[in-house]
Ligand binder design. Structure first.
Ligand code: 3H9
Length: 725
């Protein structure tokens, strides 16, 4: 709702819809009523619009977009109504003014913002564009380049920047409401014409068309298959070419195109999924609502390899004092140098730089080889080599040294949390915190609870994720957890496709066209083929421990491809050695080119194993890779490893480069339709009966059989059926 009050000559309209004053139908109606009341009251000389609880507004109510009577067209006319008021209207911006919230402020004649407020038009991140005339008013106020930047990226800008851009008239450090009322009183009676943005011309840019061509090329490059950025661009371009009213018509048309696109639905689903996973629960009954985190005043990181360095950087950026430990001085010095370099780079990106991060202060970041310094830390993150014996040795030591309440986290990407915990005297305080590389950049933190992990430990790890500005997703313990477990069949299919006749660049291209930032072979070259090779050797799948007489392309009765092992045996570890699935300009090089040697090797390999090379089309590449990954997702849900499909989707979007505008693998499956996913898996599994990853999961079959229910209902079918799965 919006509350109307009148004290002096200034009427106050307060947007009220906790927690973020989203502009629902009811709020819009009350805003309109308030404006009309103020207009009709001769004692009112000016109007001030603000938001309840220190927030202006986070924009249109996103849930309203899927309602039968859509919010769509309601906001624009109200913004026009504000602007056409004969009495000055002042916006008092506190907290956030985003999307439709900022568009309301743009309709006002004056804007006063608190210094800590943030503003932006983030509609593009929801697959939309600012549809309440924002694409036409903003360029008139701050110019085309700045408006394009804000609208096509959706970034939030701080009040100080907004002032520089001319987006707000004034910023204040104290009471924004009082400052806005003061301003409103001051401007009573002043002409409003020059303050109405719709009447302003769009500021000229020298050689506007050339500028727009370049801007469009940039938007297309960054959009990677996402529709909204380009349509945002088109709406702003309309402002440069047409009068206001025509620009608004174009904006509405483009908004409708986006609103009904599958991409907008996927992006809005992703927005709510990210928030839903904060409300974690375990099958044992622990949940976010009853578990309280414990404070982390000081932390420690063990191991300063690639992951450890990123984790240290992340903790420093989150202002958490810490100790960084290595096994010997040589590794410590190497790690320290690398961490300092990372931190210098991070500091350069921040206002206040190195002083804010304070990483030269040993009280905040201490490097050591002495385990004793971990005596009174509240939380340890172990990030050593992926080896069970080593991890157990470290955890045993930690449980003897660390204070009783300390949380012991492991950054394993696949190993058994319970086995690691068994080496300690406090398994309830052992938890997996799986970071993604580079750990100071990637947003995902997979949080894995073991059989004995306490709710407090889970809540503390989730709180850590928030402190690190990451998305924490709580999952159960199994080999590879959620992310890597779903990745195994995907990568396996990619390699099988090579065996059967495809090429690394063909497979990568299909998946990159789908929207992945990087295809499976380029990814494997980047991560290093030796990582998986080591793990397969540890599992006895290859190397000296493989029993003599094991068939080359079979393990435990299932199809196995030795191709990655064969590459590793030839020293082809990927980018680091200058060759892997691709050829690079040098060891450590990044430009991948198809390697004639590999193509020749593949053809010899097929001859050796009697495989007839066949042409594999794009559809088969896409379906075999994606549907096997999705199939594993259904198995994970059925086993209770994750509490809902949103968890899997958030993991894939934030940790594995899944295109957000496709909503995550499980959402994607729901858009394809589960009967179709099932039918395709059945077809491929008939053709490849020795590949378990292609055999449809019982849960998928169940959902297809009950009529393809909407994604939000999936888990209810599981509880009814779990005994039979
Ligand atoms: C738009 O405006 C279109 C117009 O141009 C044109 C129309 C014609 N609606 O994120 P938080 C909920 S499109 C509904 O956890 P924070 C959110 O789900 C809109 N609900 O807090 C959560 O609910 P729950 C353009 C919303 O402090 C709760 O509020 N605007 C909306 O970390 C708290 O949110 C945007 O894209 C909404 N608009 O971050 C802004 N916003 O507790 C989207 C939030 O049940 N919002 N909720 O899980 C944000 O970016 C962040 O929520 C914000 C606060 C920065 C505001």
């Amino acid at each position: 709702m919006a509350q109307y009050a009148r004290g002096s000559a200034v009427a106050v309209i307060r947007l009220r819809n906790p927690p973020v004053n989203a502009l629902s139908r009811a709020v819009l109606q009350a805003l309109e009523d308030g404006l009309k009341k103020a207009d009709a009251d001769p004692s009112v000389k000016a109007v001030m619009i603000c938001g309840e609880n220190g927030k202006f507004s986070a924009g249109a109510d996103i849930r309203g977009f899927s309602a039968p009577k859509r919010l769509g067209g309601a906001l624009g006319p109200i913004v026009s109504l504000i602007e056409s008021s004969e009495k000055p209207v002042v916006a008092a911006i506190e907290g956030v003014a985003l999307g439709g919230g900022l568009e309301v402020a743009l309709g006002c004649h004056y804007r006063v913002a608190h210094v800590k407020a943030r503003m932006g038009l983030p509609e593009v991140t929801l697959g939309l564009l600012p549809g309440a005339e924002g694409t036409q008013r903003l360029p008139r106020l701050i110019g085309v380049p700045a408006a394009l930047d804000m609208i096509t990226t959706g970034k939030h800008i701080p009040a100080t920047e907004a002032l520089k851009l001319g987006l707000v008239d004034e910023i204040v450090e104290e009471n924004t409401i009082e400052a806005a009322i003061r301003l409103a009183n001051k401007v009573i009676g002043q002409p409003l014409g020059p303050r109405r943005l719709s009447l302003k011309p769009v500021p000229k840019v020298p050689n506007m068309e050339a500028f727009l061509d370049e801007a469009l090329a940039k938007v297309k490059r960054q959009a990677r298959g996402c529709l909204a950025p380009e349509l945002c661009f088109q709406a702003v371009r309309a402002a440069t070419r047409s009068p206001f009213a025509e620009g608004v018509r174009r904006e509405r048309e483009l908004f409708q195109v986006l609103l009904s696109s599958g991409q907008a639905q996927a992006l809005q689903y992703a927005f709510f999924a990210e928030r839903a996973v904060r409300r974690w629960a375990t099958p044992g009954g622990a949940s976010w609502s009853s578990a309280a985190p414990q404070p982390v005043r000081r932390a420690a990181v063990i191991g300063l390899g690639t992951m450890g360095r990123g984790i240290v950087t992340s903790l420093v950026k989150a202002n958490i004092p810490l100790v960084a430990l290595e096994q010997d001085l040589e590794n410590l010095n190497k790690g320290r140098k690398a961490v300092m370099l990372l931190l210098e780079r991070e500091a350069m990106k921040m206002e206040g730089g190195a002083q804010v991060l304070d990483f030269h202060n040993p009280a905040r970041l201490q490097f050591t080889v002495d385990f004793d310094l971990l005596r009174d830390v509240d939380l340890v993150i172990e990030a050593v080599f992926e080896n069970m014996a080593l991890k157990k040795e470290i955890f045993h030591k930690l449980s003897k040294i660390c204070k009783p309440g300390a949380l012991l986290c492991t950054n394993t990407s696949a190993l058994n949390i319970d086995e690691i915990a068994s080496a300690t005297n406090r398994p309830q305080q052992v938890i997996g915190t799986h970071f993604f590389s580079p750990a100071h950049v990637m947003r995902l933190l997979e949080i894995i609870y073991g059989r004995h992990t306490s709710p407090t430990a889970i809540a503390t790890a989730m709180q850590l994720a928030t402190a690190l500005k990451k998305v924490g997703v709580v999952v159960g313990n199994c080999f590879g957890f959620v992310g890597n477990r779903m990745m195994f069949p995907y990568v396996q299919q990619a390699v099988f496709l090579l065996e059967e006749g495809s090429r690394p660049d063909a497979v990568d291209q299909v998946l990159e066209d789908f929207g992945f930032k990087i295809g499976p072979f380029r990814m494997s070259d980047l991560a290093g083929l030796d990582v998986g090779w080591r793990s397969r050797k540890d599992q006895g799948l290859t190397g000296p421990s493989l029993p003599a007489g094991t068939p080359a392309r079979q393990r435990h009765g299932q199809r196995y491809s030795p191709l990655p092992d064969l590459l590793c045996e030839r020293g082809r570890f990927g980018q680091k050695t200058g060759k892997g699935w691709y050829l690079y300009e040098k060891a450590g090089g990044r430009t991948a080119t198809p390697d004639p040697w590999l193509l020749n090797f593949l053809s010899q390999y097929r001859d050796t194993h009697g495989i007839r090379t066949r042409f594999i089309d794009q559809e088969e590449i896409l379906e075999r890779c994606l549907f096997s990954l999705i199939n594993e997702g259904f198995a994970i849900l059925a086993e209770g490893i994750a509490s809902g499909p949103e968890h899997l989707d958030v993991i894939y979007i934030n940790g594995y480069g899944w295109p957000k505008h496709r909503g995550g693998p499980m959402f994607y499956a729901s858009t394809v339709g589960l009967p179709r996913v099932l039918a395709k898996l059945q077809k491929y599994s008939e053709a490849h009966p020795d590949v378990p990853g292609l055999q449809p999961s019982a849960f998928l079959k169940k959902l297809a059989a009950v009529g393809n229910p909407p994604l939000k209902e999936w888990m209810s079918y599981l509880s009814q059926q779990s005994s039979k799965l």
